[in-house]
Design a protein around this ligand. Sequence first.
Ligand code: SF4
Ligand code: SF4
Ligand code: SF4
Ligand code: FES
Length: 950
Amino acid sequence: MLAINRKDAGTPAAAGAPVTLTIDGADVTVPAGTSIMRAAAAAGGAIPKLCATDTLNAFGSCRVCLVEVEGQKGFPASCTTLVAPGMKVRTQSDKLSQLRKGVVELYVSDHPLNCHGCPADSHCELQSVAADLGVTTSPYDCKGANHSAARRDGSNPYFEFDPTLCIACSRCVRACDEVQGTFALTIEGRGFDSRVVASQDESFLDSECVSCGACVESCPTAALSEKPLAILGRPERAVTTTCAYCGVGCSFEAEVRGEQVVRMVPNRDGQANRGHACVKGRFAYGYATHADRITTPMIRSRITDPWQPVSWDEAFKHAAAEFRRIQATCGQQSVGGITSSRCTNEETFLVQKLVRAALGTNNVDTCARVCHSPTGYGLKHTLGESAGTQTFDSVQKSDVIFVIGANPTDGHPVFASRMKRRLREGAKLIVADPRAIDLVRSPHVEADYHLQLRPGTNVALINSIAHVVVTEGLVDEAYVAERCEPAPFQRWREFVAQPKHSPEAMAAVTGVPAEQVRGAARLYAKGGNAAIYYGLGVTEHSQGSTMVLGIANLAMATGNLGREGVGVNPLRGQNNVQGACDMGSFPHELSGYRHVSEAATRELFGGLWGVTIDPEPGLRIPNMFEAALDGSFKGLYVQGEDVAQSDPNTQHVTAALSALECLVVQDLFLNETAKYAHVFFPGSSFLEKDGTFTNAERRISRVRKVMQPLAGLADWEATVGFAKALGYTMDYSHPSQIMDEIAHLTPTFTGVSYDKLERLGSIQWPCNDAAPEGTPTMHVGQFVRGKGRFYVTEYVATQERVNARFPLILTTGRVLTQYNVGAQTRRTANSQWYEEDVLEIHPQDAEDRGIATGEWVGVTSRAGETVLRAHVTERVQPGVVYTTFHFPDSGANVITTDNSDWATNCPEYKVTAVQAVKVQRPSEWQRRFHKRNDEQLALLPETTDSRAQR
Ligand code: SF4
Ligand code: SF4
Ligand code: SF4
Ligand code: FES
């Protein structure tokens, strides 16, 4: 069913040389490779169609789109017939009308036009084609064989399949194959018996379907339709906004009725997603109006006291008085703030501004600390800019795709679909991951190399790949000579050439057979355009920054930077990780990654803000916790981040939070951190505010308000209110003014404005005088730092060693249907697919311990103990176990340790030595957690919606 405001040109755009033809007497010029149908649409005409849509290759099955072409016999289908120079086409004639009418009457015979009450009424393509052709009933009149008794499938929580409305056009099947790449659907049978079947004739819920919704969107009738459409009715308006989940940053049309979202339709003009979406962005938005939302500000004196609902003003005054009291007694540096990668750029900028300007300290950090801070360090040092180098479109020009420590089908699903499309076209794939992630083998995609390394040995692996490149003469000498500093390159070359780095020598460390490493290295270096995509499996290690340096070294050495199809691309986990880093959230950097020790930078910011910026970097998150425990840090403002669940060594974190005298939490829900808070500012969801997010491509996209903030204030307004109560005025009436300030202060943003975003749709920074419309590909011609710089990357084994007591390595990750700490997705039907964190364990390790799938396993590390249900699988290698951290009571971070990256303190989530044993009951920590959770929920006021979460 078509989205509102949506025009469909029938077939995809082509990119050939211009061709001129005549359609209905008028000259039309279109690129070679264009269909007659699309050319007619470009000329302003419309040929009826049913099986064609412009997101899918033409199929030519319905025969509604017939045309006449001078000099050709018969009536070719306009969707499958390409234009030719001088071609003369007629799209309208009595004969064509008669033929089309005959076809539509046949369809209508099995799909009567009883449109009243149908969710697609007035947006159905069959209904509109029939109306255009004057078909109101069928001469066959549904008297013959029909499908009216076919059974509906309502198993999927978000959409329904009603086969009685299916016209067997195959658009859904092709959408699943071509756009999503899951191949979950087929048309079974022939002729009248044709029917859409999911997997092996299973329900949608039980099938391989990953609920991306591409089939639903492509369906011309209501055979596949979103469930809310039937309940809420047709949308009245559409607002273009950006997904608030992962770092792909998909653009959506939020279709709204009144103040309610009826459905989210991926924006076909969206430059990050090109009209595709995943189950989270398209369907899992219900958390925004979930009954658990807290919409009243609250305060309390002690964390064991009941919450008191108060006005916003009272909450601001209380928080400000507490922070000033603490600073007066314990010093200016005894307070700080944490920004969120889930909030907008403008909100993040304001929180760090509040900390630096209103509180007078650089004690501000961001949750990006715990995911991609090594990316900032590694890419800044080698290339000169703390960001990925490409657009997502760039992958279409890659010949070799090297995925390291990332699981795109789960973490970045829409980009994974783009990647899989390119792989189906013939690009080669190398995967370096301890687990057999889906990308290693999925329908029509198979990795050429799966380097299944031991967790914690990334640097050893990258050095051995580099060793092959250097010793087998695979270096792009001309590129390096022209673009990189010679002396550091020489040092690096001599370093990696040492025999100790050879794949043969390193195999004992990494566990990867040398021949595989050699093959992968040769393919990466000489296979054409080679692009690296990496994730938290690279950064969340004690050598996270070293590994990012190593990746950049490899890309420079092989000349794989500075053009389309290549590059070094961090896949950012949350929606605004890039933005949170860009906006000056780190304690040592102001926006645009400028160090607080630079006098000119401090003067620029301090001058505009009317304050003196401290030249000393402030505390990082782990240092804040340490300082809280030693009594020197007592006040913390946390916006949109749940450190009590997401940060490692939970017991250490909660001890630190308990030691604070004033913890202010701003969030949608009473999250785990808020259970230690003294002040609660109700947060606003992405549907309730204006702003921007910056995705993994450095793409700045607008977030637009769809409904009024449920708590009365958007997050940025709450920060402004808090600052005012602290005696510091922030004078903004709209987030566009905050962006203007960011642009004024940040060299890479000087050309960014809401007006320009309106005009261009989105902008990839740097956007300034040198690049007024943004920078799709970085480092073209030369690196941002001038010459690229190589770094020696010595492998140092993590301190986290396995031994007889802790013989297994635990590594962590995420699943498609849940997101981060799960605060949003757990409050949606996504939990039907994944309702608890489980422990993946290899059959051999499970057998040694007498553990079967579904049984409770006690997992103990040097930091703590928790209990998870086992899932015995060969996805993990022997000696390695794996879990996710989407559910607070699973306690995954009770067992992760304080080990962290040497340069940035990014926690080493990916390597924890553990023991796993069969147990019968939850851990001591889990029993305490549940007790405390019940106590905290009981302290919520009766008058707020929040009581609903009990
Ligand atoms: S929702 Fe997506 S994965 Fe599922 S059948 Fe439709 S297109 Fe395929
Ligand atoms: S379910 Fe919809 S898209 Fe799929 S074949 Fe039927 S009518 Fe076409
Ligand atoms: S891929 Fe990421 S940004 Fe896109 S819809 Fe899914 S969660 Fe949202
Ligand atoms: S639209 Fe051309 S054959 Fe169906």
